[in-house]
Design a protein around this ligand. Structure first.
Ligand code: GLN
Length: 490
């Protein structure tokens, strides 16, 4: 029999349902792994040990009583620390919220718990989800389980590292410009950003409200499908949440009759290693029966510029509520109201967050609104059209997930170079499209690479199905040796 941490979420749930293992044994196994490995890795900001053990005990009783079990029964799930779990801390990895306790559950979290998942802890992120390396956390950086000198990507770096190191079989991420898919790719796991509105944003601390989307991270596509069946429900608390019942995610290994679009000109400047991996992945899709066609998405070369204008504008308004009065910390020495606002924000926010607030305020200011914010909105609308035209000739679009493999900690100091990390993930956010990153191999340093499949709006199940076929044929999912029982502990 495999070790518990080697089982997928689906296998764990089945083993529990059949009575082969108790929920308490599963909980203890994963808690023990966190104790053993997380000091080095830094994936968790908080571990919810007592809560998890209580829930596991209750589940064992539920099973013994023969009551029906949820789809995620006894599956440990790690939650990114910008999503609320009622009664627990939500810090967003910011000093500003170091004392903030969530008064209610995020809808996505509630839906997971309703399916009998075990919430195992809150994971590290770039402060307020702004970044691509998890180095912007106010607490500590998370490391990449494949190489502890490298970043796991970001901003959902804690969630990606936790799953890759098998400290939880599933985690949640939020993706505004790539924060689920880029870290999934760097850590060799699967990460899915659903269609905008498929998963409720209620209880997710807002960054860029027109772009933010919650999604699952896991080491198998089947587990992504399982999580989506649980999380993808309508929600009355989020006006942008789609009013459709959850899709059923039927998986198949066959890609016959599937047409994949490749924006060749947009991909002209790929790094040789990424290019090689990308071409190999296309061959694999073809060997499964898919046809490929060229599509024109040249406009996407402006995606990074458009994204940083719009996401910063939205962030500057969303973060205005953190003023030292309503939420989080309050500067102690300040006397007047004005001083409280100013000093609380100066002390509470980190550098990157301040930068985004200033940029956002600038592009929204009276003199520059037309030149930046409004223009970016227009280009965004043109991009949505370009995707619509592309989908007239194909079912999904294929892109690399990232322009490089995982980079070394502290190695990117230039903000523009960091922003360019998201060049291939941002377009799906701007157009609200479902997009998944699946492991597609390794670079010369033996670090994971990922391929991205982007579908038309609402075609979440199709995207997951193509990813499943790719995953089954490519077999590139491996475990980072440092975190297997036989490998030497770091
Ligand atoms: N890296 C991007 C940014 O810094 C995306 C972040 C995200 O998706 N939350 O804005």
């Amino acid at each position: 029999m495999k070790n518990l941490y080697q089982l997928t979420a689906t296998e764990l749930r089945d083993a529990f349902a059949k009575g082969e293992v108790t929920a308490s044994a599963i909980a203890n196994h994963y808690l023990e792994r966190i104790r053993r490995y997380d000091k080095e890795l830094g994936a968790f900001l908080e571990v919810l040990e007592p809560r998890m053990l209580l829930k596991a005990e209750a589940l064992d009783k539920k099973r013994a009583a023969g009551k029906p079990l949820g789809k995620l029964a006894a599956v440990p799930i790690a939650i990114k620390d910008n999503m609320h779990i009622a009664g627990e801390m939500t810090t967003c990895a910011s000093r500003f919220l170091k004392n903030y306790r969530a008064p209610f559950d995020a809808t996505a979290v509630r839906l997971l718990e309703e399916q009998d998942a075990l919430l195992i802890g809150k994971t590290n992120l770039d402060e307020f989800a702004m970044g691509s390396s998890t180095e912007n956390s106010a607490y500590f950086p998370t490391k990449n389980p494949w190489n502890l000198h490298c970043t796991p990507g970001g901003s959902s770096g804690g969630s990606a590292a936790a799953v890759a190191a098998r400290l939880a079989p599933i985690s949640t991420g939020s993706d505004t410009g790539g924060s689920i898919r880029q870290p999934a790719s760097f850590c060799g796991i699967v990460g899915f950003k659903p269609t905008y509105g498929r998963v409720s944003r209620y209880g997710l601390v807002a960054f860029g409200s027109s772009l933010d989307q919650i999604g699952p991270m896991a080491y198998s596509v089947k587990d992504i499908a399982l999580s989506m069946e649980a999380m993808g429900h309508p929600c009355p608390h989020d006006a942008t949440c789609l009013d459709f019942p959850p899709e059923s995610y039927l998986l198949s290994r066959d890609l016959k009759d599937v047409k994949l679009g490749i924006p060749t000109r947009f991909l002209e400047k790929l790094q040789p290693e990424i290019q090689k991996n990308f071409l190999k992945s296309i061959d694999l899709f073809r060997s499964l029966g898919a046809k490929t066609v060229e599509v024109n998405l040249d406009l996407l070369q402006h995606a990074v510029a458009v994204y940083y204008i719009l996401s910063s504008a939205e962030a500057s308004t969303n973060l205005a509520r953190f003023d030292g009065i309503r939420y989080g910390i309050r500067a102690q020495k300040a006397k007047t109201l004005e001083e409280i606002y100013e000093a609380s924000r100066r002390e509470g926010f980190g550098r990157e967050v301040k930068k985004r607030i200033m940029l956002g305020t600038y592009v929204l200011s009276a003199g520059f609104q037309d030149a930046y914010y409004k223009k970016a909105q227009k280009v965004r609308a043109r991009m949505i059209e370009a995707f619509e035209i592309a989908y007239e000739s194909c079912d999904a679009i294929i892109l690399p997930s990232t322009p490089t493999g995982a980079f070394a900690l502290s190695s990117i100091q230039d903000p523009i170079a960091m922003y360019l990390q998201d060049i291939y993930t941002i377009p799906a956010n701007l157009a609200g499209l479902p997009a998944i990153s699946v492991p597609s191999g390794f670079d010369l340093r033996n670090l994971p690479l990922g391929i991205q499949i982007i579908g038309p709006q609402m075609c979440d199940a199709a995207v997951v199905r193509y990813a499943y076929a790719f995953e089954q044929a490519s077999q590139c999912i491996r475990m980072p040796p440092l975190f297997t029982e036989s490998g030497s502990a770091p």
